[in-house]
Write a protein that binds this ligand. Sequence first.
Ligand SMILES: [Zn+2]
Length: 448
Amino acid sequence: MKKFIVYIFLFCFCITGKAQSDYLSYRTEETARKLKEYIDTLKIIDTHEHLLNPDFLRKTNILDFFLLMNHYYYDDLITAGMPEEFFNKLYNGNMPPEEKWKLIEPYWNRSLNTSFALVAKVAARNLFNVNEINANTVGILTQRIKSAYNNKNWFETILKDSCRIEYLVQDDDALALKVDWIKYVKRFTPWLNVRTKFGIDSIAMEQVEPIFTLEDFVKSLRNEFEKGLKNGMVGIKVISAYSRNLYFEKTDIAAARKVFKTLVSGDEDLQIPWEKAKPLQDYMFHQLMEMAKQHGVPVIFHTGLQAGQGNDIRNSNPVLLANLFHEYPDVRFVLFHGSYPYGGELATLAKTYSNVYIDMNWTYAISPSYAKRYLSEWLETIPASKIMAFGGDYNCVENIYGVYQIAKQIITEVLTEKVSNNQLSENEARQVAKMILHDNAVEFYGLP
Ligand SMILES: [Zn+2]
């Protein structure tokens, strides 16, 4: 009898346990569905793109299936062993898609697993109804891309209607699309990376103002800064991590002047190593920070993985920037790309300094798993008001669309998990979604 009671008890326990877990998984699915629906209603701010002008694209030889692969996925093809000499054929060659595919196919087969490839696949599937990119489908995919571009509103249809982008922040003003919903951030690379006489002379020629002294050089930087303000720049973009490390020391003016003199008094082809140019580069960088402080313009850093081959990842560790966060408490700094792979370091910096923000653009394209892991961790460690969660970092609208689909899924999964764990209520999860996809960027860049 006793044994029978135990069985009954165990039976009931199992039934209740199973019912409970069914109920929990139903609840999780419900939460995910509701959150996804909510996110689909949001207007979003896209904080970072390198869009090519669609009129320019129409004239190029990449307006075929390769358009979807032309940006970061090209790097994966190269690291999978594709010869670099293919560059010219792929970008400039006028050849049928099937012939172009023959060049790519062996390397596609080696690298079709990466997230950069996934972005192309999502765009092909959702926008052009091509479920798999292969020898049989590149022709039809090309046709469909070309006919999409026959529609002069294609660009806006994808960005404004499909992605619901309210404002988009373009890297530099080269896009030359004067629409009020595209804002831009400006680079000052010729000043920050200065290490040639030619570089200084080119600035003087462009501004039609001679540069004889260090003070003239600073003045030329100020001219460019003021030009940026006049043209509506919403931030300063620093890409120094591609050419040197991110440690910008406060430099004595005499050391900077010495480097400047070496450069201007040298031969026209004089180029010095960046380590030797560092006192001048650092000095100019701090001049730029003073201007940013004076005008309340935020500063954006490329951190973490650099695009292309052979870059030095040690240069882009965000920890190298810590002295600036102390030195300029009134300047707001945002660290791009989730600092991949330095997500923990980034969390620590954004947690420690009130003037440091996180931007997840490109992160979903590099690795959705990393984006998921760190968005979850950052929501545990950092005020949600300091996280900006979307930017494609791509040059064509199709890839932006692809990344946004992945981003929405990741954000939904992370927030659903927080609700399931009782870390956030459903209401709070919605509030966070709106902050990280819209409100934070509006406030950070002072968008209307
Ligand atoms: Zn970028």
